[in-house]
Design a protein around this ligand. Structure first.
Ligand SMILES: C[S@@+](CC[C@H](N)C(=O)[O-])C[C@H]1O[C@@H](n2cnc3c(N)ncnc32)[C@H](O)[C@@H]1O
Length: 380
């Protein structure tokens, strides 16, 4: 998700059920002496609620320029106890200890956005002894589901392209080769379009104590006993988080929220019967790919988001930690541009040099300016 756009924050700002859960928690813990740090504040909505509830001081920390909207909202809401800081948490140099750290760093399937390492750093550097984290714990939940239409749309439908050709009188083509990629692809929010029936009571795959955790990798397993006869098409997953003692669930069944449930398909649908035991082994290294292995009886299906896209041998080699990269022409151009970013040349001058020295990569000034704007934004 791009957090640069104000529009992409709307879903969070307008998530009334979520906001109410945070406000209930804030009401329990905010006092007139509270110093609050809202990390990844976005448009600041949660920190601003804390300010409204009478905290002494609220710091909103956000790396994107959308923090300007938070600044406006604070002023428009008559709040004078708020300071907006545009920075990634890792570059924050505030000499404070916060009584409360607010965060929304649990992405879909908890680990999805790789923000937990930033949360751990915030806790270790800025939380006062005895301070409160909101949330301070999170759970990853799973249940096998029957989802025939969603499965047909996202996975098995790739086998049916000839039928579409016939229906529309097109020359027949065969796209069944795409199915295995689809079966290794996580699907978000499938339940908003297609019916899904849980086949067992949900199981807790993992509980993370955010007050003490240091690892943002997932390596866990869960088992369920099937309660309903049917066909399992995959696993549905969601998370819950604890806000001052109250659990907030992002399951569709528990109410509307901006978070999506995640569907982890099976490679092949699996008929199940009451009493059958189904297990899932779920893992994801930090900044890595999800793997899910489904166990049943003496069978298993192994899947990974790593297999969700075709990877040529050359791409695979580059993913190895032992690979020793050599810059290509584009890399040489970027390195030269960085060298020229030394305070002596304007962006337009550097672009002109790039066009002259790397015409194969930057045939004209606008193309070179596009590269440079990205580099200048991020690295100067
Ligand atoms: C899920 S959004 C939450 C936004 C806001 N707290 C809300 O609830 O509406 C996560 C935010 O964290 C910010 N973020 C990402 N990396 C960050 C970092 N290293 N330090 C601080 N904030 C970060 C993103 O730009 C984004 O605005």
């Amino acid at each position: 998700m791009s957090y640069e756009q104000v529009a992409s924050h709307r879903y969070m700002v307008f998530d009334g059920r979520r906001n109410a859960a945070y406000v209930r928690a804030l009401e329990k813990i905010i006092t007139p002496d509270s110093v609050v740090l809202d990390i990844g504040a976005g448009l600041g909505v949660l920190g601003l609620f804390a300010a409204k509830l009478g905290a002494k001081k609220v710091y909103l920390v956000e790396p994107e320029s959308v923090i300007e909207v938070a600044r406006k909202a604070a002023a428009a809401s008559g709040l004078t106890n708020v300071e907006c800081i545009r920075a990634p948490l890792e570059e924050l140099t505030l000499d404070i200890r916060a009584d409360v750290i607010i965060s929304v760093f649990t992405g879909n399937m908890l680990f999805g956005e790789d923000l937990l390492p930033t949360l751990f750093q915030a806790r270790d550097r800025f939380l006062a002894p005895g301070g409160v984290m909101l949330p301070d714990a999170a759970r990853l939940m799973v249940t096998p589901v029957s989802a025939p239409e969603g499965y047909e749309h996202h996975v098995s439908g790739w086998d049916d392209f000839p039928a579409l050709c016939e229906e529309h009188k097109l020359p027949a083509l065969d796209y069944s080769g795409a199915r295995s990629f689809a079966a290794n692809t996580l699907v978000y929010d499938m339940g908003s379009k297609y019916t899904q029936e849980p086949l067992a009571e949900p199981a807790k795959a993992l509980e993370l104590d955010l007050a003490t955790a240091t690892e943002a990798a997932c390596n866990t397993s869960a088992e369920v006993t099937i309660s309903t006869q049917g066909t399992a098409h995959g696993w549905q997953s969601w998370f819950s988080m604890r806000l001052a003692g109250e659990w907030y669930s992002t399951a569709r069944a528990d109410g509307p929220t901006h978070w999506s449930e995640t569907f982890l398909p099976l490679a092949e649908p699996l008929p199940v019967h009451p009493g059958d035991v189904l297990g899932i082994r779920l893992s994801r290294p930090e900044y890595g790919e999800w793997s899910w292995i489904t166990h049943y009886g003496d069978g298993q299906q192994r899947q990974s988001s790593f297999l969700s896209r075709p990877l040529a041998p050359a791409d695979l080699v580059k993913k190895a930690a032992s690979y020793k990269p050599v810059r290509n022409e584009r890399g040489r151009a970027a390195a030269r541009a960085l060298e020229l970013m030394n305070g002596e040349h304007s962006v337009a001058e550097i672009a002109a040099i790039m066009v002259n020295e790397f015409p194969a990569v930057y045939p004209d000034q606008p193309a070179a300016m596009r590269l440079l704007r990205g580099l200048v934004q991020q690295l100067s």
